[in-house]
Ligand binder design. Structure first.
Ligand code: IPE
Ligand code: IPE
Ligand code: MG
Ligand code: MG
Length: 360
């Protein structure tokens, strides 16, 4: 797939355009010097192509069920072109740490299953109608089927965890899954609450998103029997990367096009979700602008989307959010300083860069 370079001006702004929903296909550009360096997500994925094929095979084999609706719904979502970012991180991190076994493949598939289950549930909770450039599973098959097949995927992931045969890995995955669920509930409690602070928001995104990235990177360290310091570095990498990823996601909910993102724009506002762009715009807009946002959070709905997008723009809320994503990505990159240099470590660094430049 050809790399597409973002125009320099937009690249420097925050969230460079490009890409389609089928994957992060943007390239990196040295923003300050405007020198294109051709690093695409596909180039990064190519480093782990053999492992990724094994992950895909395991995913397909693990979806089997004699219950037709399970196969239908799970095939629908699994084959609909997700980025497979989390499994790729597990695979690259394991290689970066010179892991020589094959349990990283199973761990990567488990993490993608957990991620997919959260998406099935999340789209029901968020009433989201599009995902991965298609109608979401809940739109096609209904809420009940999405919730129940999400449960099937979670429980299949637990079965696969037993196959890894490592109590520490099992503990990390069990804890991460539980934390994600708590994060989604915490977010539900914040919905329609205009008093939600940036700190509240950060706690939610750590739990619902960053924790799974953290688990993936940590498992690579555990499988390859690293010492505590390296394990801590990998945990930090995952945590900061996941934070950056969700910050960008929340900016894209106002800044991207539905076509690029593969999801409907404005879903967060429709649900009255106080994400960082809204929190910042509410705090930094005029009294009248703050009230418009406050009311929109209280009531939900998209009536004021254009007006609110304009307030987000004029208050610099997207730049602020992008700046926070940049800070988190830098922390992720710094966390890798003690890991031996290799093309795999380089790929992990590039993933942090791409995650904040993505449009999908
Ligand atoms: C979507 O994650 C959920 C968030 C944490 C924002 P991805 O953007 O990685 O979803 P897919 O798997 O590529 O569709
Ligand atoms: C993603 O939250 C986190 C989980 C699915 C656990 P979002 O609700 O922001 O993700 P999208 O925007 O629906 O992908
Ligand atoms: Mg959602
Ligand atoms: Mg979102």
């Amino acid at each position: 797939m050809a790399c597409k370079l973002a125009p320099e001006s937009e690249n420097r702004a925050q969230l460079s355009p490009t890409a389609a929903h089928s994957g992060i296909i943007i390239c990196l550009m040295q923003a300050a010097k405007n020198i294109p360096i051709s690093v695409c997500f596909d180039d990064i994925a190519a480093l782990a192509v053999g492992d990724m094929r094994a992950v895909d095979q395991l995913i397909s084999a693990s979806l089997n069920s004699d219950v037709t609706l399970i196969s239908q719904v799970s095939q629908y979502i699994v084959t609909s072109g997700g980025k497979r970012l989390r499994p790729i991180i597990v695979l690259l991190a394991a290689r970066a740490l010179n892991y020589e076994g094959d349990q990283h493949v199973r761990a990567a598939a488990i993490i993608e299953f957990i991620h997919t289950a959260t998406l099935l549930h999340d789209d029901v909770v968020d009433s989201s109608e599009r995902r991965r450039g298609k109608e979401s599973a809940n739109t096609v098959f209904g809420n009940q089927a999405s919730v129940l097949v999400g449960d099937f995927l979670y429980s299949r992931a637990f079965q696969m965890m037993v196959d890894v045969g490592d109590m520490r890995v099992m503990r990390i995955l069990a804890d991460a899954t539980n934390t994600i669920a708590a994060g989604e509930v915490m977010q539900l409690m914040n919905v329609h609450n205009p008093e939600t602070t940036e700190d509240d928001y950060r706690q939610v995104i750590y739990r619902k998103t960053a924790r799974l990235f953290e688990a993936g990177a940590q498992i690579a360290a555990v499988l390859s029997r690293q010492d505590d310091a390296v394990e801590a570095s990998m945990i930090n990498y995952g945590r900061h990367l996941g934070t950056a990823f969700q910050l960008v996601d929340d900016a894209l909910d106002y800044a991207a096009s539905s076509e690029e993102l593969g999801k409907n724009i404005g879903d967060d506002l429709a649900e009255g979700k106080a994400t960082l762009p809204l929190i910042y715009a509410m705090q930094n807009g005029s009294e009248q602008e703050s009230k418009i946002i406050r009311d929109a959070i209280l009531e939900g709905g998209l009536d004021q989307l254009d007006h609110i997008t304009a307030i987000i723009e004029s208050t610099g809320a997207l730049q602020y959010t992008a700046g926070k994503a940049r800070e988190a990505a830098n922390l992720a990159i710094e966390s890798l300083a003690e890991i031996p240099e290799s093309r795999f470590r380089e790929a992990l660094i590039n993933i942090a860069e791409l995650s904040i430049q993505r449009r999908s």
